[in-house]
Ligand binder design. Sequence first.
Ligand code: NDP
Ligand code: X2W
Length: 317
Amino acid sequence: MVTSKKRIGIVGARGHTGAELIRLVAAHPALELAYVSSRELNGQRVEDHVEAYKGELRYSSPAHEELPSLDADVVVLALPNGKASACVEAFDAAGKDPVIVDLSADYRFDNSWYYGLPELTRNKWRGEKRISNPGCYATAIQLSVAPLKDMLAAPPVCFGVSGYSGAGATPSDKNNPEKLRDNLMPYSLTGHMHEKEASRHLGIPVEFMPHVAPHFRGLTVTTNLYLSRALKREDVLARFQQAYAGEKLVCVLDEAPWVSQIAGKHHAEVGGFALSADAKRVVVVATLDNLLKGAATQAMQNINRAIGVDEYTSIPL
Ligand SMILES: NC(=O)C1=CN([C@@H]2O[C@H](COP(=O)(O)OP(=O)(O)OC[C@H]3O[C@@H](n4cnc5c(N)ncnc54)[C@H](OP(=O)(O)O)[C@@H]3O)[C@@H](O)[C@H]2O)C=CC1
Ligand SMILES: CC(=O)N[C@@H](CCC(=O)OP(=O)(O)O)C(=O)O
């Protein structure tokens, strides 16, 4: 039974992922918001921006050095890439050691941080209080490749298409609805951060070609897996079913999933499993909501484990 709630602070709460986390925290029996920061919304009521939250809390805009004195048990950094370390250093300097979950890419290559993709790394958690939350595409890529990783004859080739909320709330071509209308915008076609991230955590090279599309949320990754020997479709399907048996947030489907059906949902879907005529190439399709399983929901799984409650607490299943 929960006796006292843990206090959670969200740094960078104006963004899309910050707003999703506020919704999850609002429904959480063991967490309460200590602070939510945004320079732009400083002083405004949280309730006026995130309907699910009921209460008097207002956005604030503390300097990095002030964060440790706000005494949260859990701190989520939802800042753009490159901005997390100043906050982490402020906690170190103050001798404070809350659970820190970083949504950016800044610590995904740092072995002293736990990389929290629960369905693949749950068994590696050793009680770390520094948790790096995976990237959205990188999550879909790894879920698509992991069950066949030991059978590959060549690097997986992954074609990704994301809704434009993936590009954050700060204006750019990639979240400009005018430029995206009737369009599919390719970008970072080699060397994308998530190509490096998925390669690092799978332990094999992957190739990834991202695109952004006119829909708001949800992404698709279609992956070509070249096999070292021919497989039957039923064996491929069985491998995926076995790998994700009992996982509440990864659904293995027979059909290829559609992104239109994953928006607003907390789980990932993996399906398709189309085999080439020689049965040595299989195409796997994964979808997930980039703001949920690709960010806030995955963060909530990690936070739940770190505070010692059921991993799925407050996550609608
Ligand atoms: N969007 C997505 O699908 C996913 C995003 N992520 C990662 O999560 C993090 C947050 O993403 P998202 O919510 O989309 O980002 P946004 O760009 O929408 O929001 C970023 C937040 O950071 C604040 N901010 C922006 N610039 C600065 C700055 N220079 N210094 C301090 N604060 C700043 C903004 O608030 P204000 O300017 O008011 O202070 C805002 O609250 C990013 O690292 C992103 O890569 C991870 C997975 C998926
Ligand atoms: C459409 C779009 O721009 N998507 C983002 C991915 C969002 C994400 O997960 O990014 P982080 O690795 O920074 O956390 C991108 O390609 O950079």
